[in-house]
Design a binder for this molecule. Structure first.
Ligand code: ATP
Length: 291
């Protein structure tokens, strides 16, 4: 027992919102890259129509947790999650292999769980993702936004025009691109490209939008614009954002989770976490003493 890392036995400080209002929730989530464990029993409640920020020092598991939520890790061999991820109360880790791993860990105690077949492609449409570096596809602005919609639905040209315009307006990009919709998305500035990726993500009307350090490659003006966009998108979507920028978390999020070496050490309403951090590690991190 001597080799249990100290932080795994430290007290955690978790003030969770009511389960009735959650869009997606991770419960007791472990994550493994091969034999290396990157998450330890992580709980993450994500309240609907709110912004939840994940902060913590490099390598603490923020991106891993985000990638688990829409099972994008499934695309990579030897990566697996053990635990529960509930989307509207349905366990998205309820396939045969994941359930076997869960039983191995927890025994047969899964009474009361809603089990339904997992449609992983459908899951990714409901839980969209925007990455750190803007990743427009090498195609027109219009086609970038229409891309995901075409994967899932058949639409007339007129309907698609409306969908593309609505997504670009919601991503606060319409005015800048409306006269060049058929130019390449790669010709936009970095900040515009990132808002294009947001437009592509929301065009399929996901329930949840995951953003992994979306402003880290942007200048301050583009960052401010993206932040404004996210605050407006909260009306229609639920957002989880990983950020190294503590001011950004404080400015835009409603809840903040502080992670450390694969563990959720503290989760509070954002103002609370920054004004009155309960744990010593959280305090040290938000006051800039490490990280
Ligand atoms: N593909 C991988 N294979 C093996 N280990 C990995 C892989 N990706 C991440 N890890 C490990 O998992 C742990 C968590 O990494 P993760 O990228 O989730 O952290 P993070 O908090 O997002 O870091 P950063 O802030 O630097 O982006 C780290 O120890 C990392 O080395």
């Amino acid at each position: 027992m001597n080799d249990i890392p100290a932080h795994l036995t430290e007290e955690v400080h978790l003030a969770f919102p009511s389960r009735d209002h959650l869009a997606i929730e991770a419960r007791k989530l472990d994550f493994f890259y091969g034999k290396t464990q990157a998450l330890y029993g992580v709980d993450l409640p994500v309240e609907r129509h709110k912004i939840t920020a994940l902060i913590g020092p490099s390598g603490c598991g923020k991106s891993t947790l985000l990638r688990a939520l829409n099972r994008i890790y499934d695309l990579y061999p030897r990566q697996h999650a053990v635990g529960r991820i509930l989307l509207d109360g349905h366990d998205v880790l309820a396939d045969r292999k994941s359930l076997a791993l869960l039983r191995e860990r927890d025994g047969g105690d899964d009474a009361g769980m809603v089990r339904s077949p997992v449609d992983v492609a459908g899951l990714r449409a409901r839980v969209g993702m925007v990455f750190q570096k803007p990743t427009p596809f090498p195609m027109s602005i219009y086609d970038n936004v229409a891309f995901g919609v075409r994967l899932y639905q058949r639409k007339s040209r007129a309907e698609m025009d409306q969908i593309v315009e609505k997504a670009l307006r919601r991503a606060a990009l319409w005015d800048e691109v409306k006269d060049k919709l058929h130019s390449s998305g790669l010709g936009l500035s970095g900040g515009q490209q990132q808002r294009l990726c947001v437009a592509r993500g929301i065009a399929v009307e996901p329930d949840v939008l995951l953003l992994d350090e979306p402003a880290s490659a942007l200048d301050p003006v583009s960052t401010a614009k993206l932040e404004e966009t996210l605050i407006e998108l909260r009306e229609d979507f639920t957002i989880v954002i990983v950020t190294h920028n503590l001011q950004q978390a404080a400015r835009i999020s409603n809840h903040t989770g502080f992670m450390y070496l694969g563990r959720m050490m503290e989760f509070q309403p954002t103002e609370e976490l920054f004004a009155n951090p309960r744990g010593q590690r959280t305090r040290d991190y938000v006051t800039g003493r490490f990280g």
